[in-house]
Design a binder for this molecule. Structure first.
Ligand code: NAD
Ligand code: WQD
Length: 337
């Protein structure tokens, strides 16, 4: 089975390529490298000892993508190619709508034209908005609180509309919770541009003294210690979830939606504690104001993915901290060695 991994040079895409290759899928990566480096693909080749076919192309470019579809004759598509920074999406919403939605439309149009009937989409727990009940099941009400989240929500609706008139397609919408960590080899990991927005890359950059201290955004939430609670999932577990989803699509299951999380919620202070242990010294932090738009708590009910595709996270928080730190330590400047 030959899989188009759109956005496959990125954080989750590279880890998924490793899992796909280890599960004997043929992988073709298309990425415009707008938020990644080709070196990441070379490192996946090193981990897997496999040559990867790579095209530098924009998934919004119908003509360029059509040539690739004709050349490669895919059996399935995993669509990671999106912009993902929430604060940036508030500043340049049209870029987010343009990139995230058009890339999906182009891929779907070509999937239909060239009969590539298996499609996996990277959605996000952000489509649950500010949850009224926890843990989150797939049937919980959906909403979005920022342009990035709205692109994910709109794309979910687009996929449903598309499926309703293309019932021979199989589509998996995967709602990721908070992916962190890195491949245990230390060769691939998260490589944010500039100052990280997300908690874990910020923590690891404080740990190697690139940043002076962590700002903990709020300790007055109605949670166990007042700080925000999230469902952090090891990126290798998440990556394996894509292989399981593809296996499910091969049973002609139609459109399916799964949460990919662990079901456990950890607070910001618990994350700091886990990193203190692996780093070997305390991570300096200060409590500051809440981050606008943040929610108190968000964690998955992962039961549906377990029952239907056999997905269960195997890495725990200590593993996630160990692997995130190992990546940061070995690659202090990410892929820019
Ligand atoms: P990432 O930025 O590391 O990877 C995305 C990749 O897509 C990058 O390599 C980028 O260069 C590429 N890309 C973007 N637009 C493109 C286009 N038009 N054509 C070709 N390539 C393009 O991000 P990630 O963390 O690996 O996330 C992958 C997907 O998962 C994204 O769609 C993201 O919204 C979604 N997601 C991520 C998280 C998270 O916390 N990381 C959580 C939920 C959902
Ligand atoms: C986690 C917790 C913060 C940074 C975001 C997107 C979401 C999804 C994943 C793609 C929160 C706290 C953070 C810091 C802090 N992406 N924090 N100091 O906000 O749950 O999710 O990434 O789909 O859409 O919104 O993740 O890592 O930014 O924050 O105290 O410097 O850490 O308040 O409680 P979040 P995060």
């Amino acid at each position: 089975m030959k899989i188009l991994v759109a956005g496959g040079a990125g954080y989750i895409g590279t880890h998924t390529c490793v899992e796909l290759i280890q599960a004997k899928y043929d992988v073709v990566v298309v990425d415009n490298l707008s938020n990644s480096k080709y070196d990441a693909v070379k490192r996946v080749e090193k981990i897997t000892n496999t040559k990867i076919k790579f095209y530098q192309a924009d998934c919004c470019d119908y003509k360029a993508m059509e040539e690739i579809f004709i050349e490669e004759k895919f059996d399935g598509i995993i669509h990671f190619a999106g912009l993902k920074c929430v604060p940036e999406s508030v500043k340049v919403p049209l870029s987010y709508y343009n990139n995230n939605i058009n890339s999906t439309l182009v891929l779907l149009e070509l999937a239909r034209k060239y009969n590539v009937r298996n499609f996996v989409f990277s959605s996000s727990a952000t489509v649950y908005g500010n949850p009224k009940t926890l843990p989150l099941i797939e049937d919980c009400p959906l909403s979005a609180t920022n342009p990035y989240g709205r692109t994910k929500l709109f794309i979910e609706y687009i996929l449903e509309d598309f499926y309703n008139c293309n019932k021979d397609f199989n589509i998996a919408i995967l709602r990721y919770f908070n992916p962190i960590g890195a491949h245990p080899s230390g060769l691939i990991g998260e490589d944010p541009n500039g100052i990280p927005n997300n908690l874990v890359p910020y923590v690891t950059q404080v740990a190697i003294n690139k940043l002076p201290y962590l700002k903990v955004n709020g300790n007055d939430y109605p949670t166990k210690d007042g700080t925000g609670i999230r469902d952090y999932i090891h990126v290798c577990d998440l990556a394996r979830g894509h292989v399981l989803a593809l296996n499910k699509l091969s049973t002609n299951c139609g459109l399916v939606i799964y949460n990919l999380g662990t079901g456990l919620g950890y607070s910001v202070l618990e994350i700091i504690e886990a990193f203190n242990k692996v780093v070997g010294h305390p991570i300096p932090y200060k409590i500051v104001e809440r981050r606008p738009g943040d929610i108190a708590a968000c964690y998955a009910d992962p039961t549906k993915a377990y029952k239907e595709i056999g997905f269960k996270a195997i890495y725990n928080l200590d593993d996630m901290a160990r692997d995130a730190w190992n990546w940061q330590k070995n690659n202090p400047n990410g892929y820019n060695q």
